[in-house]
Write a protein that binds this ligand. Structure first.
Ligand code: AMP
Ligand code: ZN
Length: 115
């Protein structure tokens, strides 16, 4: 827990969010500024700043996040149509919040290349 971290405060509930899933290691909630009709953020409860800070021991955690993303896609009804999972890392990657997160986007046709 980093007391200055926005997403750590969402994990603890100190900052409100629209949670759609949570378990012992992962929390998923709706993005406050959605970039698609469905825009969910999946985060580890543990404060890990970026993808580059992942340790080998966290490989299972990242795999679990992807499994949860797939479960949510099915549950929310956009698995068949399709979706996109995005991780922005560091400044040129577009990262604004320094707590590892994966964007789950759906509900419209995604463009390529991404912006
Ligand atoms: P990134 O640019 O990958 O670091 O993404 C950060 C994301 O966090 C953006 O899509 C923001 O809209 C989202 N965000 C920022 N503050 C909140 C909040 N309080 N609740 C939900 N999502 C947030
Ligand atoms: Zn954090």
């Amino acid at each position: 827990m980093d007391k200055n971290c926005l997403f750590c405060k969402i994990v603890t509930g100190d900052i409100p969010s629209q949670k759609v899933y949570e378990d012992e290691t992962v929390v998923a909630f709706r993005d406050i500024d959605p970039q698609a009709p469905e825009h969910i953020l999946l985060i580890p409860r543990r404060h890990i700043p970026t993808t580059l800070d992942l340790a080998a021991a966290e490989r299972e955690l990242v795999g679990h996040i992807f499994l949860v993303a797939g479960q949510l896609a099915r549950k929310l009804g956009f698995a068949e149509a399709g979706f996109r999972i995005v991780n922005n890392c560091n400044a040129a990657g577009g990262q604004l919040v320094w707590h590892l997160h994966f964007h789950l986007l759906a509900g419209r046709q995604m463009g390529w290349p991404p912006g």
